[in-house]
Design a protein around this ligand. Structure first.
Ligand code: GAF
Length: 415
């Protein structure tokens, strides 16, 4: 049964009532532009056919009562529970959605049923699909009148409250994707552009066999990179004599010609405390996260991280041009370079992901790379149509699967 029908059926069997709204939100794959979004630099993801559906009806009690086809432990959470109080990872996203809606839910709770055909903790953004679908369903059921951009922004805020200080890529592509196209997203200043995919190309995603839960084990490693790149941005701005208001991001300095050269002058490692003193930036701008404070004395490898982010942003521009020119070989080379940079400079690949990328490339993919945050999860490959089965077979042989073709699909919708 597809997720929308399954969520509605689960709602009926659990609550003996009809849902007021059912929303469906797809997962996403990032083609290229990894760990650039929270630096204000561009990304090139697309939404996929696999999705999470959420069926909702308002209730009078100030509670979220939720069941899921995939997660065995049901939720019964006060509206003000807050994500930190939830032991079950999937409950955190419910509590975080309630927290960001806050006064928009005037003391009223909801009954919720969830069904998904997205692999969890995979790097295919099952958490963002859940959050966006939930907010869209609550928006419809309570008549909140949220615009799409507002909804994507609230979903990103909710995920940060749930633990990982993420950028806005996943929620934005899930909210705005168009079938048959990639979505180039810029953040400084905000912009979006659909980039149609040539007809003869196929995309394959494959599991490395290792989970990568954004709100769980991968969270601290992710947040370390957020803080380290803020440190690099503050130090580079200081070297360049550039003024930055608010949180320093590499996107604030990336367009300055000398920035990529000066990256090599950054200290190999620095703490936030030392960098704040050197650059004359308030320490809290570097270490404050939505869900806590990062250790100001942790020594972080800022130079390598910054080198990856600045080079990856350039690869997004080149990849857009390659897709628009129908140049599969050029795109493949950019994907290979992205993976090498994520492995060597950003240190977020794993031996299993490296082996998977190698196997898919050897089997005829024009290019392959880890997709999403890394630290486990999935890889993506692009190939000429006709070669996808060979790439899938190689991926399963290398890492055990699952591996399957994905097609650029439309964004979130009400069912
Ligand atoms: C995760 C985050 F949620 C995104 O915002 C992005 O930073 C990505 O990791 C890495 O590119 O999916």
């Amino acid at each position: 049964m597809d997720p929308a029908a399954a969520a509605a059926a689960l709602f009926r069997s659990t609550f003996a009532a009809e849902p007021a709204a059912v929303a469906v939100a797809p997962g996403r794959v990032n083609l290229i532009g990894e760990h650039t979004d929270y630096n204000g630099l561009p990304v090139l993801p697309f939404a996929i056919g696999q999705s999470t559906a959420v069926a909702v009806a308002p209730s009078e009690a100030p509670l979220l009562e939720a069941v899921s086809r995939e997660f065995p432990v049901p939720a019964r959470l006060p509206l003000d529970a807050g994500p930190a109080a939830c032991a079950e990872p999937w409950h955190r996203y419910l509590a975080a959605a309630a927290a960001v809606l806050g006064p928009r839910l005037p003391g009223r709770g909801a009954r919720i049923a969830v069904a998904s055909d997205l692999p969890a903790a995979s790097g295919l953004s099952s958490s963002s699909a859940l959050t966006v679908a939930l907010l869209l369903a609550l928006d419809a059921a309570f008549g909140l009148g949220l615009g799409r951009a507002e909804l994507a922004g609230l979903a990103a805020q909710a995920e940060r409250l749930a633990g990982a200080e993420t950028g806005g890529m996943d929620q934005q592509v899930i909210a705005f994707a168009e079938a048959g196209a990639l979505l180039r997203i810029d953040f400084l200043p905000p912009a979006m552009r659909a980039v149609p995919v040539p007809a003869g190309w196929a995309f394959v995603v494959a599991s490395s066999g290792q989970p990568a839960p954004k709100g769980g084990g991968a969270r601290d490693a992710y947040n370390e990179r957020v803080v380290a790149t803020r440190i690099a941005a503050a130090l580079l701005a200081d070297m360049l004599g550039a003024e930055i208001e608010g949180t320093p991001l590499l996107g604030h300095v990336a367009a300055i010609d000398a920035a990529p050269v000066l990256v090599d002058e950054l200290p190999a490692r620095s703490s936030a405390r030392k960098a704040a003193a050197t650059a004359g930036v308030p320490l809290e701008r570097l270490v404050t996260l939505a869900a806590g404070t990062f250790d100001p004395d942790a020594q972080l490898p800022v130079r390598g991280y910054a080198r990856h982010v600045l080079a990856e942003a350039e690869r997004v521009d080149l990849a857009c041009a390659a897709v628009e020119a129908g140049d599969l070989a050029a795109l493949g080379e950019l994907m290979a370079a992205s993976h090498a940079s994520l492995r060597d400079d950003y240190r977020c690949s794993t031996p299993a992901l490296d082996a998977l990328v190698k196997a898919m490339t050897k089997a005829g993919a024009a290019g392959a790379r880890l997709t999403g945050a890394g630290f486990g999860g999935f890889a993506i490959a692009v190939c000429e149509r006709g070669r996808e089965q060979a790439v899938i077979d190689a991926a399963v042989a290398a890492a055990g699967g699952p591996a399957f073709e994905v097609a650029p699909s439309a964004g979130a919708r009400l069912a």
